[in-house]
Design a protein around this ligand. Sequence first.
Ligand code: PLP
Length: 241
Amino acid sequence: MKIAKNVTKLGTELVYDIFAKTKKLQAEGKKIIDLSLGQSAESPPGHVIEATIKALKDGNNGYTVPNGIIECREAVSRKIKSLYNANVSPERIFIMPGGKPTMHYAISFFGEPGAEIIYPDPGFPIYESMINYTGAKAVSYNLTNNNDFKIDANKILTLINEKTRLLILNNPHNPTGSFTEKTEIDKLAKGLLNFPNVAILSDEIYGRLIFEKKEFPTFFNYPDLYDRLIILDGWSKTYAM
Ligand SMILES: Cc1ncc(COP(=O)(O)O)c(C=O)c1O
C-alpha cells in the first residue's frame, strides 16, 4: 500500500492521547480532573437541546446546501450584528462542522510549496500541522519572548514578505490563555493594510470567554480587511455544543 507523501507531514494532537488516557482511568473508577481538552463544564442551553430534538422530529434530516441552511446563516449574521455591530451578509457565512475543518480549508486554500504562512507558537497544533501538510513554509511567531504571551503587532509585521499568503491569529489564545487588547490589534490591523496580498485567519473561538469586562478586539472591527479575512468562530466553547 502506498500512501500520499504529505500525510506523513501531519502532526498529532497530543491532547487526544491524554483525553483517551483520562477516559480509560475514569472507566477504571479513578477520580480524574480532566484538563486535556478545552471542554466546557456546562451543558448546552436548554432551548438549543429542545430545538435540536424538535428539528429531528419535524423531519429536518438529509442534505442541506453546503454552506448551511439560510435560516442558520441569517441567525449568525444577526448575532454578529448584535455582538460586534458589524454587517456581514449571510452569503459570506459558512456553517462548518467545527473549527478544525475551518482551519483545514483555510490553510489548504493558501498553502502550497513556495508559500509562507505565519502562525502562533505555541499555538493550536493543527495550524502548524496543516501548513506542513500543504507544503508551505510554516513561519512561527514566538509568543514566549514576552512574559505575557501577547501578540506583538510590530514583530508579526516584520515576518511578512512577498511569499506570505496567510497570517493566522488566535486571540484569546490557546494554550496560554493570553489576551491581547484592542490597542495592539488595532495597530496590527492598520499595519496589515500595507500588505494587501496577505489573507488573515482570525481564530476567535474563545472570543466570548473574556473576563474583567474587557472589550473583545474582534477582526469584525476592520471592514477594510473583510475581502481577505476569515473569522473562525464556533459554539463548542461558548455554548458547549
Ligand atoms: C484555538 C482553537 N481553535 C479552534 C478550535 C477547534 O474548535 P472545534 O471544537 O469547533 O473544532 C479549538 C479547540 O480546542 C481551539 O482551541
